[in-house]
Design a protein around this ligand. Structure first.
Ligand code: ME8
Length: 535
C-alpha cells in the first residue's frame, strides 16, 4: 500500500529505548502502553501521530552481559531486541506510525555521528581528563557527594554505591571527550521556568529544578576503547567510543528520520521533531530533562515540548527491576488476560506520581469486577434478544418522558467526556478510566433498578416506550464508554462499537456526546460470545 503523504507535523510520542541486557518486564510494557494510549487518543482528535520505541544496545552494561553469557554482543542484542519488538506488537502497538529503533541500526549510527559532529563544530565538546565514580549499571559518573559507603549484603565487604540509584560505583580516571554541560545550567533553568508544565508530574519538575540549583559539572561523553569496545566510535578518533546516553538519546531523532522515509521523500515530509511528549520512568528524568535538552541546545535543535516521568511498578514494594530479579513477565500477562485487559490494568492502576505495587491478584480483580462484571455485563444485558428483539437502537426519548433516574444518568453522560478529557489531557489515564468505570457502574444500577425485563411482555405502548428509554440510555453509555476507551483497549472497543453498529467514521472524540438524533437506524449485531469471557 503506498504511504499516505504527511502534510502536518505529527504528534510525536516516545518511550525510552530499553537495555537489552535482560528480557522485558511489565515496567517496560507500562511505558509502551502509556505511549500507545497517548498516540491513539491523539488519533481520536484527528491528528497524525508518530510513536517511537526501541532498544538501547551499546555500552559497557551490554558488553558485560554478553561476556557473562559467552555471546558476542550483537547476538545478544538481536535476541533481546526481538523480544522487545515482539512485546510491542503483542500489546497492540502497531501501525505505520510506530517506529522501532535499534541503536545498532545504520541510520541511527549515522544520526549519532552527525549529532556528535555538530556538537564538536559548535565547540561544545573538548578533550580532557576525567575522574569520578562510575556505575556500570547506571552507565553514569557520580560526584563524590553523590556516593556513599555501604556494606554489600551478600559478601559483607565495604563498597561504594551511588546514593540516587543504590548501584555500585568504582573510581575511574581516564582521558575522554567532555561536553560543556556547565554552560547550559542557566539556559536550562530559564527553559523550565518559562514552561512550568514541561515536566509532569510536578514533583519531578521540582526535582529537576532542585538539581539545577547546584553547579553542573561538564559531562564525559566518550569512553576509551580499551575499556569499552561495544559502541559507536567517535568520528575521526577510533580510540574513543561515544557515551551510551548520548548515543541512546539521539534515537528520538533517528525515529523521525525513519518516519520521514516511511512516509515518502524524507526531505519533503515535515519533520516530526520536536517530540510532543517523551515518556520516561522517573529513574531517567535527569538524562531527559538535563542532558538531552542541553545537547539539543548545543546542536541548535528545537527542544521537546513535554517530559512525562511516570512512577514505578514495584513488587513487594521494591522497584521491579531486572537486576533485582523481582519482575513480572509481561508475555504471561498478555497471554492470560489478552492485550486489551492487560493494557486496561496498566493504565488503570499504574502510577504517575506514586509507585504502584504489582500483583496478579489485582489484575484478576480488575478483570472480574470491571471488565467482565460491569462493562461486559452492561453490554450483554442491554443487547439481550429478549429486550432488543429486532436489534434496533431505540430512538431517544422525548424530554417530557424522562423520569428522575433518566435525568440523573443523562447528566452523568453529558459531563463524562469533559471529565475524561481533562484527565487524559494531563496523562492521568487511571483517573479518566475511573470516571468511565463509575458511569458504567451507575448505568448497571440504573438498569437493575428500572427492571426493563418486566416490560417486555406488556401490551401497553407506554411500557414499550419506557423500555426503549431505558435501553437508549444504557446503549448510549456503552457507545460513549466504547469510544473513550479505544485508546486503552483498541481491539475490544472495536468489537464493542461494531456490536453497537457505530459506523467507523463516528468513533472520534467529537462523537462522544449524548446523541439526540434519530438513532433507530443503527442496528445492533448479535454478540456471539461475551466481550470479556470468564477467566
Ligand atoms: O534506562 N516501573 O533502559 P531500561 C515502571 N536504556 N517503569 C519501568 C520500570 C518499573 N519498575 N522499570 C523500567 C534505560 N521501566 C535506558 C533508556 S532512553 C534514551 C534510554 C521503564 O531498560 C521506565 O520507562 O533500564 C524506565 O525509564 C525504562 O523502562 C528504563 O528501561
Amino acid at each position: 500500500m503506498p504511504a499516505v503523504p504527511v502534510r502536518r507535523k505529527p504528534f510525536y510520542v516516545t518511550t525510552p529505548i530499553f537495555y537489552v541486557n535482560a528480557d522485558p518486564h511489565i515496567g517496560h510494557l507500562y511505558s509502551v502502553v502509556m505511549a500507545d494510549t497517548i498516540r491513539r487518543y491523539q488519533q481520536l482528535h484527528d491528528r497524525s501521530t508518530l510513536l517511537a520505541t526501541g532498544t538501547d544496545e551499546h555500552g559497557l552494561k551490554i558488553q558485560q552481559a554478553a561476556q557473562q553469557l559467552q555471546l558476542d554482543p550483537q547476538t545478544l542484542c538481536d535476541r533481546v531486541s526481538a523480544r522487545f519488538k515482539d512485546l510491542t506488537t503483542t500489546a497492540g502497538v502497531l501501525g505505520d506510525d510506530v517506529v522501532f529503533t535499534r541503536t545498532t541500526d545504520d541510520l541511527h549510527v549515522c544520526t549519532v555521528k552527525k549529532l556528535w559532529r555538530r556538537l564538536m563544530e559548535s565547540g561544545h565538546i573538548y578533550k580532557g581528563v576525567h575522574e569520578g565514580w562510575y556505575s556500570v549499571s547506571d552507565e553514569a559518573f557520580y560526584l563524590p557527594a553523590q556516593v556513599k559507603q555501604t556494606q554489600d549484603p551478600a559478601t559483607g565487604e565495604t563498597i561504594t554505591v551511588a546514593i540516587e540509584s543504590g548501584q555500585r560505583v568504582e573510581w575511574i580516571t581516564e582521558e575522554n571527550y567532555k561536553f560543556r554541560l556547565s554552560a547550559f545550567r542557566e539556559p536550562l533553568r530559564r527553559w523550565l521556568q518559562d514552561n512550568p508544565q514541561l515536566i509532569l508530574p510536578e514533583t519531578r519538575y521540582n526535582e529537576v529544578m532542585a538539581y539545577l540549583s547546584q553547579e553542573l559539572p561538564d559531562l564525559s561523553v566518550s569512553r576509551p576503547r580499551t575499556r569499552l569496545t561495544w559502541g559507536i566510535p567517535v568520528p575521526d578518533d577510533d580510540d574513543h567510543v561515544i557515551y551510551v546516553w548520548l548515543d541512546a538519546l539521539a534515537n528520538y531523532l533517528t525515529a523521525t528520520r525513519t518516519y520521514g522515509s516511511l512516509h515518502g521523500d524524507m526531505d519533503a515530509v515535515p519533520s516530526a521533531w520536536p517530540a510532543d511528549v517523551h515518556i520516561v520512568g522517573k529513574d531517567i528524568i535527569k538524562f531527559h530533562a538535563v542532558y538531552w535538552p542541553a545537547f539539543l541546545m548545543a546542536a541548535n535543535l528545537p527542544l521537546p515540548r513535554r517530559i512525562l516521568a511516570h512512577a514505578h511498578w514495584t513488587m513487594g514494594r521494591q522497584k521491579m527491576s531486572k537486576s533485582r530479579g523481582n519482575v513480572a513477565d509481561p508475555f504471561a500477562l498478555l497471554d492470560k488476560y489478552g492485550s486489551d485487559a492487560t493494557r486496561y490494568f496498566l493504565m488503570r492502576d499504574g502510577g504517575l506520581a506514586d509507585d504502584s505495587d504489582y500483583s496478579e491478584e489485582l489484575v484478576r480483580k480488575r478483570y472480574k469486577k470491571e471488565l467482565l462484571g460491569q462493562l461486559g455485563n452492561l453490554l450483554a444485558r442491554t443487547i439481550s434478544p429478549t429486550l432488543l428483539p429486532q436489534g434496533y437502537i431505540p430512538s431517544p426519548p422525548h424530554a417530557t418522558q424522562l423520569q428522575t433516574d433518566d435525568r440523573e444518568i443523562r447528566s452523568g453522560l453529558l459531563e463524562l467526556p469533559h471529565m475524561v478529557a481533562a484527565h487524559f489531557d494531563q496523562y492521568e489515564f487511571g483517573k479518566g478510566i475511573a470516571c468511565i468505570e463509575q458511569t458504567i457502574t451507575q448505568a448497571n444500577k440504573y438498569f437493575t433498578d428500572q427492571t426493563p425485563w418486566t416490560l417486555t411482555a406488556s401490551d401497553n405502548p407506554s411500557d414499550h416506550q419506557r423500555l426503549a428509554t431505558i435501553l437508549f440510555h444504557t446503549l448510549e453509555t456503552l457507545r460513549m464508554a466504547g469510544i473513550q476507551l479505544q485508546p486503552v483497549m483498541p481491539n475490544k472497543m472495536n468489537t464493542l462499537l461494531n456490536i453497537l453498529g457505530v459506523p467507523s467514521d463516528q468513533r472520534r472524540w467529537s462523537d462522544v456526546t449524548l446523541t439526540e438524533e434519530e438513532a433507530g437506524r443503527r442496528s445492533v449485531l448479535p454478540a456471539d460470545k461475551p466481550l470479556f469471557p470468564k477467566l
